[in-house]
Design a protein around this ligand. Sequence first.
Ligand code: ZN
Length: 326
Amino acid sequence: MAIQLLNTFKMKKRDFLKNCLLTTAPLAIGVLNKLPLEMLNSDIHKLTIGNANCTIYKDLLFNYKATDYFINAEPNELESYLTKYNINPDQINSPFIAMLIELDDRKILIDTGSGYSNTPISFRGRTFPLKGQLLSLLSQSEVDNESITDVIITHFHPDHIGGIYSDGKLNYPNAKFHVHQKEWDYWNTNKSINENPLFQLFVEKNIKPLSNENLSFVKQDEYEIIPGITSIIASGHTPGQIAILIKSGDESILYTSDSFLHPIHIEKLNWRTNYDNDHKKARSTREKLLNISITENALINSFHFDFPGLGIAEQNESNWKWISKA
Ligand SMILES: [Zn+2]
C-alpha cells in the first residue's frame, strides 16, 4: 500500500514554518506559498491505491455518547473497554468524512458530509453547530465541485447526504448520483415514518430533489458501479447502506461507511449502536465486511473512526482487532 503518512512530515514542516515566521517572515511566506496545501492541512489525507488517487477529507468533528454506541454492553466489560481506549463516555469524538477518488478520467466522491448551516441543529436533546467544511476543503485542494463526475451515497443519514444541496442549489451539478434502490425505497415510502424528524428533514432537502436525470440506482447486492469501484450491500445500519470496494492494480481499500462506528465494534461485533436500524443484519454485515477485507487484502477506511480512519482488521481465532494505519 502506498500510503502517504504525512502527519509526521507535516508537523516537521509546521515547526519549521513557525521558526521561520519568528525569524525570517518574508522567507517563510515564500516557502508557505510553494507547499501543496494538503501538506499544511490536517483535515486532508492523501493516499494511492494502484492508479487511483484517493483523498480523505474531514468534514467536521462531532461527538457521541457511549450510551448510544454500546447499548447492550455489559457494564463492567464496557467500563474496561472505555478505560482501554481512554474514552470519555459523554464525549466520543467522531469525524464525518468524505473520500474523493481520481481514477482515469473520473472524479468520484463518496458521501458529501453534513453541509454547512449558520443555524445550529437540535438532535436528541442536544444542540450542535453544523459547519461542514467539505466544499471549502475541495476548493482549497483545487478540486472544482463542478468537475465531480460521480457521487456515491452510502446511505441517507445527515452526515452523508447533508452536503448534496446548499440552500436548494445542487453542489455537484455535473455528477451522476449512485444510490442503492433499497435505501431509496426505504426513505421514499412510509417505512421510514418512525425515523427521527431531523433525519427526515435532511432526506427531504437533499435526496428528494434529485431527479432521474442525475440519479443512478444500484439494485444488486454486489455491483461494479465504475470499473474498479464496487458497491457491496451492507444492510443493518440502514436497509440499503452500501460499502465501497476500490481496487486498482493489486491494491484495494474498503470504505465501510457506518458498519462500525468505533474500533470497539470490530472487537465486539455483538455490541449494538442506537443508530442501527436492524441489529441482526448490522452484526452479520460487520462480519461479512471484515472477511472481505481479508480476502481482498484491503485497507479499511471507516467513516467515524479517528481521522483519517485508515487501518486493517486482524483475526485471531474468533476475535478481530483493529490496527490503525494512520
Ligand atoms: Zn455516519
